[in-house]
Design a protein around this ligand. Sequence first.
Ligand SMILES: Cc1cc2nc3c(=O)[nH]c(=O)nc-3n(C[C@H](O)[C@H](O)[C@H](O)COP(=O)(O)OP(=O)(O)OC[C@H]3O[C@@H](n4cnc5c(N)ncnc54)[C@H](O)[C@@H]3O)c2cc1C
Length: 266
Amino acid sequence: MDSSIYNAVVINKIMINPDLMIVQIKTDEPQIEFEVGQHTLLGLYGFENRSSNSAIESFPADVDKLIKRPYSIASAKDETRHFEFYIAQIKSGQLTPRLFNLNIGDRVYVGTKISGMFRLDETPDGTDIIMVATGTGIAPYISFLRSSIIQRPESKMIVIQGAAHRWDLGYYSELTFLAESYANFFYVPTLADPDDHWNGYQLPIEELLKNDILQNEFNITPDPERTRFFVSGKPEMVGHVSEWLHDFGYSRHNPDKSGEMYVEEF
Ligand SMILES: Cc1cc2nc3c(=O)[nH]c(=O)nc-3n(C[C@H](O)[C@H](O)[C@H](O)COP(=O)(O)OP(=O)(O)OC[C@H]3O[C@@H](n4cnc5c(N)ncnc54)[C@H](O)[C@@H]3O)c2cc1C
């Protein structure tokens, strides 16, 4: 079995829970420069083993085929050899159970192209930035913050992260630390199914927004001229938040037409 196309090695793997991991990968050669919020491909062959807590594949992979999927880069943009990804295991999927079976020192394919429209650098200086995420949708914001929080002291930057349980909140410690360290950064985690010790928000993100959390807590009115929104994660949440923003005059940013709302669904 030839895996010579693999061009990178796993240098760290942090299990957030059995189906959620942060994985750090070092490429053999520096990759091209990229902008925060972009994504690249990860790949493994179908002959690679699947993790022990995965399920039977819905659509069995061809053993000789390189299975490739896009993943948002969570690391800072000045790192062109060390990449971090935040990945959820789809138990019946093709690639993620194989990625979850990787250990430190194992080799993997990283795409040589880095692309994507989810670009913080395209937002005007001085605009406030609201970053909304469920699940692994938080990954691009980690790259935003690691790269740019110091460069945008005049912008309020707010992360609203929705999850089911406390142990699904990847990057909680880093985001809490940033909120304590930077006067212009605010972190709003909200849980659907919290334990008894949770004293934070418990409403879905779209409900928090409809209940005017931005006005009440941060004195921000959704205004396409002054506030840009990034919305990333599960299609249902993305759809609800997009509709809500539409009523304030927001339009979706896309390659043909610039907008004030950046959307990524996965
Ligand atoms: C721009 C972008 C960025 C992304 N960033 C991330 C990220 O940072 N982290 C992350 O975890 N994920 C991310 N994703 C999602 C990622 O690319 C994969 O889709 C995901 O990891 C699942 O891959 P998989 O091979 O394990 O599952 P797949 O094998 O692709 O299966 C996914 C689901 O679809 C079903 N399915 C598979 N094939 C078919 C078919 N032919 N017909 C119908 N149903 C089918 C499966 O049963 C399964 O439920 C991103 C996606 C995009 C587009």
